[in-house]
Design a protein around this ligand. Structure first.
Ligand code: FAD
Length: 475
């Protein structure tokens, strides 16, 4: 009997470990191990836990239709999870365990340990690269080096796409009836996490609904991605990140759907090519985290980044978290995050820049807060996005290029539609004045139930330049 240990690969279709486990004529059992202590230590958002829990319920039905029972069990943390898997494999008389690889340091250590424990019992261990379009380490420069800059990495990926087959796998064939499987089906307990969860009613969780969402997006919106993607008032991006983050959807499924709906996907200026670039950003950050263990330890990719002397003012951090900074685009974005668990990419860049360059707060504080709220929290993409914004990562935003939160609002939410949606207190502020509501209120002697800006952007900008310069020039 084969055991598939599911982690962040919660799907039946195009799942390499599951597919391989189903290739032989053997009964197959699925397993998921909840690790609440580890999730708490890594600030997993209750809304993401809610999504995983709901997705597991749907996955149990989908696997059930293939005659594969899905066991869900609990272990405090990753170390204990490997023992749980080895013990269960032994008690179920499993002859091979199948997993998809995970690339963060703790997860790699866990898998090394699990493999040893499983193999010590004479059980085979098979691990597959499944998470990305390209397995970490396969995209290399002509000299064989890892890329540190996105554009050449992307070009190399696009070249590789011409020769590497990225088609999604065929659906697994249902398993034959088997007495042992029947006993496991009969023993299944309801799925209920011992970890805080938040409702995910706004997010469909069946594989069919998720694939429908992908198809609809590619068919109806991807062509406009390039022109719409930077404007948070327009729903111009796919909002598929929660599914990619927990592996309810694979990047190969995204690529295949995009290519079939958009034969022009190679044209650099097309919406389809721009969307593909974003999927490649995802691969890029996974690659960076897989190749650099120091990223998992939350070190800055650029060494001098460790010398930045942050202000780390708690009151300012609290104002940022609560969306009470007095900068409307920042506050509206934080309201979107706090209320829905998702935030538009342009806004993630704006609020991350604001936290690090205007409030002079360590990017790691923001990274943790994002993880504690995001439905799509993904270590590599979140860390990569924060290090980029703080100018200390691979291919980062140069430190002297500092977003002005007011002009960012004027540019990307010019009529204030997004701000008005999330900050009702500013509804009455007319037109573009919404970006500087206090100037309007003072000019027209109006009262506003909205905070005054907690910092002076011009002053903070100068200070940011000084602390970054000092860090960079340290001997
Ligand atoms: P689309 O624009 O439709 O893009 C399609 C897919 O490509 C996304 O679903 C995502 O998987 C991937 N993608 C898009 N942009 C990026 C990017 N810049 N980096 C890596 N992958 C990308 N993304 C996460 O999935 N999880 C995170 O925890 C996360 N944290 C971030 C933190 C910061 C500070 C920043 C600046 C970005 C972060 N991102 C993160 C990247 C990006 O903001 C989201 O992936 C995107 O907003 C998700 O929306 P979407 O699905 O509509 O994306």
């Amino acid at each position: 009997m084969h055991l598939v240990w599911f982690r962040r690969d919660l799907r039946c279709l195009d799942n390499r470990a599951l597919h391989a486990a189903c290739e032989a004529n053997e009964p197959v059992v699925g397993l998921f191990v909840e690790t609440p202590d580890q999730w708490a230590a890594h600030h997993m958002a209750p809304i993401q836990a809610g999504l995983i829990e709901a997705r597991l319920k749907a996955l149990r039905d989908e696997l059930g239709a293939l005659n594969i029972p899905l066991l869900v069990t609990r272990a405090a943390d990753y170390k204990k999870a490997s023992e749980t898997v080895a013990t269960l494999a032994n008690s179920l008389n499993i002859n091979a365990v199948f997993v998809n690889r995970e690339y963060e340091l703790n997860e790699q250590n866990r898998d090394r340990q699990a493999q040893q424990q499983v193999e010590a019992q004479g059980i085979d261990w098979y691990a597959y690269h499944d998470r990305n379009l390209f397995a970490p380490g396969t995209i290399r420069s002509g000299k064989g080096d890892a890329y540190k800059v996105f554009t050449p990495f992307k070009k190399a990926c696009l070249r590789a796409l011409e020769s590497m087959d990225q088609s999604p796998l065929k659906a697994p064939v249902p398993r034959a009836d088997d007495k042992r499987l029947a006993a496991i089906f009969a023993s299944l307990e309801p799925i209920e996490f011992d970890y805080p969860t938040k409702s995910v009613s706004a997010w469909p969780t069946t594989e069919k609904a998720i694939l429908d969402k992908l198809r609809t997006y590619c068919r109806e919106q991807a062509a406009d991605y390039k022109t719409h993607r930077d404007f948070p008032a327009i729903e111009g991006t796919s909002q598929l990140s929660p599914y990619l983050a927990i592996g309810a959807l694979s990047p190969r499924q995204c690529l295949a759907r995009l290519q079939s709906e958009h034969p022009n996907w190679r044209e650099p200026d097309s919406g389809a090519a721009t969307w593909l670039s974003e999927l490649i950003w995802r691969d890029f950050y996974q690659e960076v985290s897989a190749q650099n263990p120091s990223i998992s330890k939350k070190h800055c990719f650029l060494e001098w980044g460790e010398s930045v002397v942050w202000d780390n003012d708690n009151a300012r951090f609290e104002a940022w978290k609560a969306g009470k900074t007095g900068f409307p685009i920042v506050d509206a974005a934080m309201q979107q995050l706090n209320t829905t668990g998702w935030m538009h990419n342009r806004l993630r860049m704006i609020v991350a820049s604001f936290l690090t360059k205007d409030l002079l707060i360590d990017w790691r504080w923001g990274e943790d807060y994002f993880m504690s709220k995001l439905i799509d929290g993904d270590f590599a993409s979140n860390n990569g996005g924060w290090q980029w914004s703080a100018s200390v990562g691979t291919d980062a935003q140069p430190y002297f290029r500092i977003f002005n939160p007011t002009t960012q609002g004027e540019r990307f939410d010019s009529d204030g539609r997004f701000i008005r949606r999330w900050l009702p207190a500013l509804k009455e502020v007319p037109g573009k004045q919404i970006h500087q509501p206090w100037s309007w209120a003072e000019k027209y002697a109006q009262s506003l139930d909205y905070p005054k800006p907690i910092v002076d952007h011009a002053k903070q900008r100068k200070q940011a330049l000084a602390i970054f310069e000092a860090a960079k020039n340290q001997p």
